[in-house]
Design a protein around this ligand. Sequence first.
Ligand code: ADP
Length: 446
Amino acid sequence: MFRRILIANRGEIALRIIRACRELGVEAVCVYSTADKDAPYLKLADRAICIGPPPARESYINIPKIIAAAEIADVDAIHPGYGFLSERADFAQICRDCKIEFIGPSPEAMAKLGDKVECKRTAKAAKVPIFPGSEGAIEDEEEAVKVASEIGYPVIIKASAGGGGRGMKVCHNEATLRTNLRIASQEALAAFGNGAVFIEKFLEHARHVEVQCLGDKHGHAIHLFERDCSTQRRHQKLIEEAPGPLIDRKRRDATCEAAARLIKAAEYSGAATVEFLMDGKQNFYMLEVNTRVQVEHPVTEMITGVDIVKMSILVAAGEPLPYKQKDIEIRGHAMECRINAEDPDKNFMPCAGRITTFEPPGGPGVRLDSHVVTGYTVPPNYDSMIGKLIVHADDREQCMNRMARALREFNVGPIKTTIPLHQRLMENADFRKGGVDIHYLERLLK
Ligand code: ADP
């Protein structure tokens, strides 16, 4: 096992990784920007090293500074968390060159699954259901028009190197496809340094269902079942739950097994999520693979009892996964509400500032993953998530009742948060029925 790990992240996920390190008996070294210098979780680390000013490019995503901190602290490994450097194959390669273990997949596996065209190709070979569309990148306009007429409009143009919901264009007919193709490719080149684009069928009413997987360096890969993350706004997830409601057992198993096959085929080690869209007939189509631990990993931890962050560290250290697929079972239902410092009544405007009231909920089945304490100041420089409220219960109905109860106990002020919106959703008849699509929340907020 590692002696000492550097955590190249901040906020709740830095704290989550510190907790995993502590339980494994591994020392945790945090890095921080001056915007986070008073963050309380830094005191829980064995050491904290300042790496620069608030802008992420001068601190949290500045590779030379992160590597320098790792060398000063003499760590064996770096955990990237999510966001920042977590999906940068070049960073994973630099860690390897510096003889520091990157806690995540190899740069090769990351590049293979991180590129959408490559990923689709690997998925197809592993018999993972994918969207009908172009085989690989589009070489010329006529080919795109031909593919689109075969699969039928609407289609979506995507950048192979795209991410964060950027670089996608929906086209309803041939004329818009022709004009958008040129624009999309130029935009992709400017934004991602890679102009490759592809097209696939656009699904109008879909749910977002994703499968949590784990792989090790000995060729084993398992899945930890699925999460439904359909409650989103501008592609940002707000509520996640596991298992996905109203999905029949056969479809679920087939999709989860396919996801694990893909991870195995990519010789992937660490935590990965295979994302799918699911249509009204429970057909699944793969969207992409996230090659890192995700924000919403706790709901899966609650229903399976597997500590995903600890597993990511164990497998990076070369240990075999201590689970076989048949050991993994779904127990009850879990839900997560993202608590963001945003004002839902003012178009989700971020509300940075000092938190003078912070009264967290408690009681049976309640978990709060948050780095916030009374007196904490939310810096304006990073994303606005201040915590995740996760609850677990025997079934979905009791889970929502428990969530409503916990949200009622949760008192944060004077800054605005997404708590009132979550309260509204826990009472909403459509949400309570389960199975709302990815545009439901935006329709509700209109
Ligand atoms: P990114 O890597 O930029 O997040 P994704 O491929 O994960 O891109 O897609 C982001 C979002 O765009 C999805 O969650 C979904 O809402 C929408 N989307 C992507 N592909 C399709 C599709 N084929 N049909 C319908 N919606 C899609």
